[in-house]
Ligand binder design. Structure first.
Ligand code: S3P
Length: 180
């Protein structure tokens, strides 16, 4: 069973995903990292050199490559789960979990860095956030991100919310995968 983490930039998809994978003893993949290693460049460079449409195409391709994984936790990019065909793919492949955080928290976390091409000025970033929420809400499960919680506390809460069959399938297949 695969678990896909979705949500806006800065919601903690990579950090929570890595920790969740450890907790479930399942492999972890970060979609942005898969794209960067396939393209041998950073996302920032890719946007600058080849533009967003090229990035979205590669994002779509690399997302599809997760079809071959039996069991994994996958952190998607902030825009992945806002395209119909990606949403349909994720819905058919596994369980989607939306890490939902207030804009003020995301802004505070990401605002200081400069490595996200779509985290721009406050007005356009807030507009992007607002326009994406309706897609994120199509996820199977929503976890509210609270500022005062550590990643492990959030993961503990997330694990309790996972349907038992998902938990068992993710653990069982990663266990049998290791023995194969
Ligand atoms: C994007 C989010 C980024 C990365 C790219 C585009 C977006 O991922 O995929 O910069 O469209 O929101 P993170 O959400 O991991 O920052």
């Amino acid at each position: 069973m695969k678990i896909y983490l979705v949500g806006f930039m800065g919601s903690g998809k990579t950090t929570i995903g890595r920790e969740l994978a450890q907790r479930l003893d399942a492999p972890f993949f970060d979609l942005d990292e898969l794209i960067e290693s396939a393209e041998k460049t950073s996302i920032k460079e890719m946007f600058a050199q080849k533009g967003e449409p090229y990035f979205r195409k590669r994002e779509r391709d690399l997302l599809r490559s997760t079809r071959h994984l039996e069991s994994a936790v996958i952190a998607t990019g902030g825009g992945t789960f806002t395209f119909d065909e990606n949403i349909q793919f994720i819905q058919s492949e596994g369980l989607s979990v939306y890490l939902s955080a207030p804009y003020s928290l995301l802004r505070a976390r990401v605002g200081v860095k400069d490595d996200r091409p779509l985290f721009r000025d406050d007005v356009s970033t807030h507009e992007l956030y607002t326009s994406r929420i309706r897609y994120y809400r199509m996820s199977d499960l929503t976890i509210d991100i609270r500022e005062e919680e550590t990643p492990s506390e959030i993961v503990e809460r997330l694990v309790l919310e996972l349907p038992k069959n998902v938990l068992d399938a993710t653990r069982r297949s990663s266990w049998s995968g290791r023995r194969a």
